[in-house]
Design a protein around this ligand. Structure first.
Ligand code: SAM
Length: 327
């Protein structure tokens, strides 16, 4: 793959106005108010997410790390060569190191993390730069915008391996998950691969503790979204007047993070030109984390244009690493 030029970031003012537009749309939506979960990850949110991964209650990251420690070589042995690696929502790439180190034993590899959080991308570049034979070119983009840029740069004969770790796919609600995977598949060529991590269904109390830890890190992560709107969009959210909530939706099999208004109140968001009324106990829906069953994974792969090639399961926590091949 030819070395791409530096990837320019979109102009900050256009990012601010997109943020303002999406905040306005979510907070003025009739019925359930909502905010897109991607905005949880500014530099504070990305740093708090790293702490969440260390919490005893949040077994998900350790579970996937165990799987990659045990099976990275086996996964790499199943890949066609030569292969270019793209990762959607890489975060700081801590787990990805295990795969890249295994890959570096048999080929020089381009690795393209695709992230909306510039601070996560900066940590990743610093942390992974020592891996031999791996060249990192990151894209500060949304998932599929970044993947399209990677796909157009591939050379003839190069295969693409897309990593989608950490059960990020679970942040898409209901049909949006399979719609997203279908769109992703359209960017790929037959024979390209997707390594997708999925958190499996488990007892509700385990799930709730994972998203509502006793020392309040996840609460801070969630509330930081309102603090970010104050910082970047000139809003006047009083954070003492909202509280973090994690509930399990038995119908959709998702843990939902919400922010509940403790009182009846009005909040202004100046950059979005809105003033929003909250009733006491009214909530803002900030993130869904869907939990999977095996049957669902079979149908998800099939309906999005992939064939399941292999699966590695960590029974200890209940997490699956799935290798799918584009048909
Ligand atoms: C739950 S973290 C997981 C990070 C990493 N994949 C892991 O397994 O530890 C989700 C990451 O995806 C990024 N992200 C969320 N929505 C995104 C989007 N629409 N486009 C690109 N990155 C996104 C966030 O900034 C964050 O770093």
């Amino acid at each position: 793959m030819p070395k791409p030029a530096m990837q320019p970031r979109p102009r900050p003012s256009s990012l601010v106005s997109q943020f303002a537009r999406e905040v306005a749309a979510g907070l003025t939506k009739p019925g359930q108010k909502e905010l897109p979960s991607k905005y949880l990850y500014d530099s504070v949110g990305s740093a708090l997410f790293e702490v969440i991964c260390e919490l005893p209650e949040y077994g998900l990251t350790r579970s996937e790390e165990r799987l990659l420690q045990l099976h990275a070589r086996e996964i790499v042995d199943q890949l066609p060569r030569p292969v270019v690696v793209a990762e959607l929502g890489s975060g700081t790439g801590r787990k990805t190191r295990l795969l890249l180190e295994a890959l570096s034993r048999w080929q020089s590899t381009w690795y393209h993390p695709i992230e909306i959080s510039p601070s996560a991308l900066a940590v990743l570049r610093r942390e992974l730069r020592d891996i031999n034979s791996i060249s990192i070119v990151g894209f500060e983009r949304e998932y599929l915008d970044g993947l399209r840029e990677v796909a157009v740069r591939r050379s003839p004969g190069e295969h693409l391996l897309v990593l989608f770790l950490g059960s990020n796919i679970g942040n898409f609600d209901g049909a949006a998950g399979s719609d997203f995977l279908r769109d992703l598949r359209l960017i790929l060529q037959p024979g390209d691969l997707l390594l997708i991590g999925t958190d499996m269904l488990k007892p509700v109390q385990t799930l709730i503790s994972a998203y509502d830890d006793p020392i309040g890190v996840t609460a801070a992560f969630n509330l930081n979204l309102l603090a970010r709107i104050n910082r970047e969009l000139g809003a006047d959210f009083n954070l003492q007047r909202f509280e973090h909530l994690a509930i399990f939706n038995e119908v959709t099999h998702s843990v939902e993070m919400r922010l509940r208004s403790r009182v009846r109140q009005k909040v202004a968001v100046s950059e979005a030109s809105i003033s929003v009324q909250f009733e006491k106990e009214e909530t803002i829906w900030t993130e869904s984390s869907h939990k999977y069953s095996q049957d669902e994974l079979v149908s998800l792969a099939h309906h999005s244009g992939f064939r399941r090639q292999a699966q590695w399961m960590d029974q200890n926590w209940g997490f699956a690493e799935n290798l799918w091949i584009a048909e």
